[in-house]
Design a binder for this molecule. Structure first.
Ligand SMILES: NCC(=O)CCC(=O)O
Ligand SMILES: [Mg+2]
Length: 331
């Protein structure tokens, strides 16, 4: 007989003993409803351009876009986020192309809305896809102007709402832009258009591959540290959330994702509002690189990386793995 007293009475392993028990006590679940798929659109015909640093991700021209996005619709993914690749000749210092009702973003948005009326269309608002200096706002003497940039962002948001964006996602980090965009949308009877604010967007090295995808990497002069957050800061993220909520944000976002799960958890605990994370290009590249080398198991790594966001308190995740994850969750 064992000397019982020397063993624990409470054994946490009992609830891990078999599959049915593990299912019963599972605290968090990843569901297709939690996935948002970021897509890259480009000009031209019959274009499916690979992004070298993001294996499996493509820039797609509009004639192929419906077929491309149908994959997500068929899998039940609730929303896509559109990112346009603006041809160099249309970029200028003021991001003028952002206000063109026929720019790539607007054409893509109208096309998707027409073909998939129930699919959520999310449109980033910031000037970096349209500026020749690669910054998110207007520049004067090397400084990124806050209030002047907001005057353009308001109009950009309106332009995109008119083209069918259901959710406007300001990713610029100017102070006060959520309120300005909210006011402009409301004035033009777009009071049901939601705002998913990039609330805590960090000046991160993990955006590198995205800038390759957009073609803005080589253009960027300097860095974005005067408007994006310092990766060392956490309390400041709570103040950003407080402001965005007061200004009318419906959903907030943390970006990047995996290195910032602590921020997500703090936000969820403090504010209990719909909180999203962007598993950014660098995170995708890191995981895909290791998968391609055979160092990580593809399916398990993808799902575990996304489950981590749910555990941290996310309502949903913007992820380049959205299609893969939706397929895996189906099986
Ligand atoms: N405003 C959207 C992004 O900057 C995305 C970044 C990434 O995927 O690295
Ligand atoms: Mg802010």
């Amino acid at each position: 007989m064992k000397n019982v007293s020397s063993y624990p009475l409470s054994r946490l392993r009992r609830n891990r003993h078999d599959n049915f028990t593990r299912r019963l006590v599972q605290e968090n679940h990843l569901h297709v409803d939690n996935l948002i798929w970021p897509i890259f659109v480009c000009e031209g015909q019959n274009q499916r351009q690979k992004v070298a640093s993001m294996p499996g991700v493509e820039r797609v021209s509009l004639d192929l876009l419906v077929e491309h996005v149908k994959q997500a619709v068929d899998l039940g993914i609730p929303a896509v986020a559109i990112f346009p690749i603006t041809p160099k000749e249309l970029r200028d210092s003021k991001g003028t192309e952002a206000l063109n009702p026929d720019n790539l973003m607007c054409r893509a948005s109208r096309l998707l809305k027409k073909n998939f009326p129930d699919l959520g269309i999310i449109g980033d608002v910031a000037l970096d896809p349209y500026t020749d200096h690669g910054h998110d706002g207007l520049i004067k003497d090397g400084r990124i102007l806050n209030d002047e940039s907001i005057e353009v962002l308001r109009l950009q948001a309106l332009n995109q709402a008119r083209a069918g964006n259901d959710i406007i996602a300001p990713s610029d980090m100017m102070d006060g832009r959520v309120q300005a965009i909210r006011e402009t949308l409301d004035e033009h009877n777009f009071e049901t258009v939601r705002i998913m604010s990039y609330t805590a967007k960090y000046a991160s090295a993990f955006y590198g591959p995205f800038r390759d995808a957009l073609g803005s990497g080589g253009l960027l002069t300097g860095d974005k540290k005067t408007y994006q957050m310092n990766p060392a800061n956490s309390d400041e993220a709570l103040r950003e959330v407080e402001q965005d909520l007061a200004e009318g944000a419906d959903m907030i976002m943390v970006k990047p994702g995996m290195p910032y799960l602590d921020i997500i958890r703090r936000i969820r605990d403090n504010f209990a509002v719909p909180t999203f994370a962007y598993q950014v290009s660098g995170e995708y590249a890191m995981i895909m690189g290791a998968i391609e080398k055979g160092w990580l198991d593809r399916d398990r790594t993808i799902l575990e990386s996304l489950m981590a966001f749910k555990r941290a308190g996310c309502s949903g995740i913007l992820t380049y793995f959205a299609l893969d994850a939706a397929r895996l969750l189906k099986d």
